[in-house]
Structures are given as structure tokens and as C-alpha cells.
Design a protein around this ligand. Structure first.
Ligand SMILES: C[S@@+](CC[C@H](N)C(=O)[O-])C[C@H]1O[C@@H](n2cnc3c(N)ncnc32)[C@H](O)[C@@H]1O
Length: 254
């Protein structure tokens, strides 16, 4: 008998993003491990609990909250800070799995969107497996990403015909605001990095809280839409305490 873990993509906010494959996996899980991200993210914990209540047929599962270690903002580089943080997460999770999951039981991680995109769960699990302190097998169930939710909400394809798509973060865009790409999807942007981009010939398709009842959408030429997006972002952040937004910057097709 070996412990089994499911890493389950749950979609980006709409419970109907959850796939049938994910529902089957949810129903096999005995213990869900949840990283506690503090009070302002309680909506996200609630959405996860709603998904379980909605799709799991029995009530023989439980949630175990795992305290998320704080990332050290004083680390010499962003990368070193993240590496240390992943190791700490692996240590804490190893302990939680050993203590809370029987050897013949199944654990679950509910990952926002899809685990392949800007999420540390798979790295942390790979670290745990390398450490070899607790033995387990694991399987990944894909989910709808916020990028797909954005494209669907705006009814657009992400690429120009036969062209590439560049997916990046607000931090990267701020550091290099003129990447050599015609279609750039930006995630994890706390500070409105689109303001640093030269708006000539650029259209923005922006979405916040995609798939939820708080969803906000704006699209238009960057030089016109930027101020409106800024206003909506700060209003929404003040009203809800948190914001998650994603956008596509698109250069006019020539
Ligand atoms: C840590 S990343 C996780 C991405 C996730 N794994 C995915 O597949 O979408 C979080 C970022 O995803 C984007 N995001 C996630 N859910 C979103 C939503 N419902 N609406 C808009 N952006 C979202 C935001 O850019 C946010 O900063």
C-alpha cells in the first residue's frame, strides 16, 4: 500500500470549470491539504469548499489546513527566496502527510486553474519525492486556466494566425516593457505593469475575477483602456480586499 496524491486543477473561479476527470478524482480523496494564505484569500478557500460540497457524493473527506510559510522578502534574489520557500513548504507538507494521511489513503491538492501555470504545487511535490521521507505516488488532473477563461470571456483566440503566444508575469513585464512578441498574456501583476508599455498599436483585453460573479472585463486600445482598468482595479481591491486579474496585450496584426 502506498499513499496516493491527486493534484487537481479546479479551474479559475467558476465551479462549472471542474472537469469530469476532476470530479472522479475529488471523489477518491480522503484528505484535502490546503495552504492557508491568510484572511484576504478566504473567498478562494470558500470556492474550494463549495466545489467539494457540490461534486463529492459522500461526506467522508476532510480538509487539513497547512500553515503557509512566509516568503522572505529580504532574500538576496527573488529566485533564492522562492527556492527556500519551496523547501520550507515541502518540509511542512511532508509532516502533514505523515501525520494526517494513512498509508492506504488518498490526499488531494486543489490547484487554482491548472497546476502547470504559475503554481508551486508540482515543484513542492517533486521536492518531497526527492527527499524520500514519505513515500507516495501522484497524479495530475488538468484544469481550465485563467488564460483560457480570459480568452473565452472576450471571445478571442490568443494567437495571430500561426503566431506564437508569450505568457509572462507583471514583474517580468515591468522589468522589460517592450518584449519582442505580438501577443503577451500577463499574469500575477500586482502593480499594473501595462502602464509601462508603449501603447502604440496595442490593444488590451483585461479580465478580473474571471468566472466568478465579480467578473470584470475591459477591452480596447491600451492608451484609452489603461486609465479605466486602473480605476476598476483600485475600486475592486478596496471593495473585495483582493484582486486577481489577467490580460492580453496584442499588437495590431500586420
Ligand atoms: C498564482 S497564479 C495561478 C494561475 C493558475 N494556476 C491558472 O491556471 O490560471 C495567479 C494568477 O492567475 C491569474 N488568475 C487566476 N485566476 C484568475 C481569475 N479568476 N481571473 C483573473 N485572473 C486570474 C491572475 O493573474 C493571478 O495573479
Amino acid at each position: 500500500m502506498m499513499r496516493k496524491l491527486f493534484v487537481i486543477g479546479i479551474g479559475a473561479g467558476n465551479p462549472e470549470h471542474v472537469t469530469i476527470q476532476a470530479i472522479k478524482a475529488l471523489n477518491e480523496v480522503d484528505v484535502f491539504f490546503v495552504m492557508d494564505k491568510g484572511a484576504d484569500k478566504t473567498d478562494l478557500v470558500r470556492i474550494r469548499q463549495d466545489i467539494c460540497a457540490r461534486y463529492i457524493e459522500d461526506d467522508d473527506y476532510r480538509f487539513v489546513e497547512v500553515k503557509d510559510p512566509a516568503r522572505d522578502p529580504a532574500a538576496p534574489t527573488y529566485r533564492t527566496g522562492v527556492d527556500v520557500w519551496h523547501r520550507q513548504r515541502a518540509d511542512i507538507l511532508q509532516r502533514a502527510i505523515t501525520d494526517e494521511l494513512g498509508e492506504d489513503q488518498t490526499g488531494g491538492f486543489l490547484v487554482w486553474g491548472d497546476p502547470s501555470l504559475y503554481d508551486s504545487t508540482l515543484r513542492v511535490i517533486a521536492l518531497m519525492q526527492t527527499n524520500g521521507i514519505v513515500a507516495f505516488e501522484y497524479e495530475v488532473i488538468p484544469g481550465i486556466t485563467s488564460v483560457q477563461a480570459l480568452a473565452a470571456a472576450h471571445r478571442i483566440a490568443l494567437n495571430h494566425i500561426g503566431g506564437p503566444i508569450h505568457i509572462t508575469t507583471g514583474r517580468q513585464l515591468r522589468d522589460a516593457p517592450s518584449p519582442d512578441a505580438d501577443n503577451i498574456v500577463v499574469m500575477l501583476d500586482g502593480a499594473g505593469a501595462f502602464k509601462a508599455v508603449d501603447p502604440t498599436d496595442i490593444t488590451i483585453h483585461w479580465g478580473a475575477y474571471l468566472g466568478t460573479d465579480k467578473e470584470l472585463l475591459v477591452s480596447g486600445p491600451l492608451h484609452e483602456a489603461a486609465a479605466e482598468i486602473e480605476r476598476l482595479r483600485s475600486e475592486a481591491r478596496a471593495r473585495h480586499g483582493w484582486i486577481m486579474d489577467t490580460y492580453l496585450l496584442r499588437r495590431r496584426e500586420t
